[in-house]
Structures are given as structure tokens and as C-alpha cells.
Design a protein around this ligand. Sequence first.
Ligand code: SAM
Length: 297
Amino acid sequence: MKTLSICTIALIGLLILRTVAATAADQTDPAPAPLKDEFSKQENIYRSQGDAVPEGYTVDRTLALYSDALHPEFSRSLAAMGPQERWLDIGAGSGRAVLDYLAPDYEPPRPYGTPAVGGKAQVVAISIEDRRTPLWQSTAARLPDRQLKYLTGKRLRDYTLAELGRFRIITDVIGGFSYSADLSLFMQKALDFLDLNGSFYTVLQDVHSESVGNAPYYKDAPYLTEIRNADGSEVKVCSWLKSISCVEVSCEFKTGWKPPIETFHIRKICDEVKVPALIPVHFQAGTPPERRFLLAR
Ligand SMILES: C[S@@+](CC[C@H](N)C(=O)[O-])C[C@H]1O[C@@H](n2cnc3c(N)ncnc32)[C@H](O)[C@@H]1O
């Protein structure tokens, strides 16, 4: 009976995975009605403009908020980046954090005595929908092309290495890491775009932290992102990240945010990155969506 139920869960998961993968790549592909509904609600959130933007869909977090949300090492690594190095912001929204960094009067704080790096890094911001503002346009107009790019109309998974290249720092603040329906593919792609010894800084809201026994933030609701083994036991997101080969991971719980967040620093230490596959078994549209995954063994 137990074996049957594990097989059944895995089979359902695999069927959903194939549908999710097809649907995420091409919204016209057939999908079971409930999932299709959720994907189309999610697309409406991305496409929303003006008063129709849901209250929780924040697209203009500042660099100061990024620094607050991300691992403390983020600000230090950004300050150490010179003009030959590259920063990718996945799920950049309006790109406010990137614009703050490139503002002429902004100097990244460096520890006393650290030599100046002779200019700012090159930045690429990606977002499914185009949320560029007049400030973006005027900033782009005064900078050389290679210093600031905004790519839109595709998800991270749809870019090739030839299109994007590699980056010293990748950030994702409630972007694709929180929104993607296929988390393991998202991670594999993000790590492919990272330089050796480069760092990926990201966060999740309302997730079961590695170090703290936090309950789900909303009463009678699950955590926003959950991973389970086939026998139903929990796999914390931090543990799953630590099981990826060729990375060093540190996870920190932060209570100052509502809901609280767990912040992840993932450093790539060799090239043979292999991300343990996750099968999507639940997706409910939202800001961010509610997602559940099955760890494939
Ligand atoms: C809530 S906004 C966050 C914007 C910004 N990081 C901030 O904090 O203000 C979510 C962003 O993630 C983007 N996004 C969601 N899934 C993505 C994916 N798989 N690849 C790239 N961008 C994605 C959306 O298009 C949007 O730009």
C-alpha cells in the first residue's frame, strides 16, 4: 500500500512536471484546467499595469532594501566589483536597485583602507514584463551600452549562455527564485550563468528555515515554498540547496520582514554543478505563488 502510494505520487508528479514544463514554455500548450487557470492568473499579475497591479506585487525595491534582504556578503562583493565585472539581477521589476547602484552620486561603501576599484560593474536586469521607467531610460541614455541592459519578454530558463554570458554576482529578490514553476531548472540555469567563485544571492519569504522552528506565517496556510520526499517527509529549501554539487551555501533567517524571509548565499566552487531535480506538484498563483515540489530520487 505504502509502495503504491509513493509510486502514485511520483507518477502524478511526473505528469504534472511535463505539463508544467510545456505550459511554462508555451502558454498555448494543453494543461489540466486548474493548472492552466493558475498559470493564466500568474500571467495576468506579470502583465498588470496601473491600478490593476496587485498590492503585494512590489517592483521597485531600492538597493538599500536589497542589501537588507540579502546576505551581508552581497554589499561587500558589490563594493569590490570593478568595471570589467558583471552583475545580473533576475526578476528586476523596474530595476530600481540597479539604478540606485549606477546613480552618479552613489559610491558603494568600502571598508576603510580598501583601494578604489576604478568604476562600477556592468549590470544586466531581466524581467518577464517590461517595467522600465523614465528614470531607467534617462540613466541608460547617459551610460555606455555595455554598462546597463534590460532584457524582457522571456524567463531566465529561455536564455542561453551565448546571450547572457557569465556574472560575478547574481541577485534575485522575490524574482524568479520565488516565482518559477520549475525551481530546479531555474537553479541550474542561474548557476550556469555564474562565474567560478561567483555568488548567487537570493531569498524566499515564508519558508521553513534551516535554523529556526518558524511556523507558516498565515494561519491555516502552508509555507509558500515546500519540498517533500516521496514518503511525504519535509526537505527544507536550505538542505536542498546544500545538496547541489559544486556550491557552498549559507542560509540565514531574517525576522524583520513580513512575512519573514530566509536569505541564501550560494557560491559556485567548481563547474560540474548538478541540481537535484524537483518535480512541481502544486502551483497557486500569487505574489509570490504558493508552490510545492517533490524531490525526485
Ligand atoms: C515582485 S517583482 C520583484 C522585482 C524586484 N526584484 C524588486 O524587488 O522590486 C518579480 C519580478 O520577477 C520576474 N520574474 C518572475 N519569474 C521570473 C523568471 N522565471 N525569470 C525572470 N524573471 C522572472 C518578474 O517579471 C518581475 O520582474
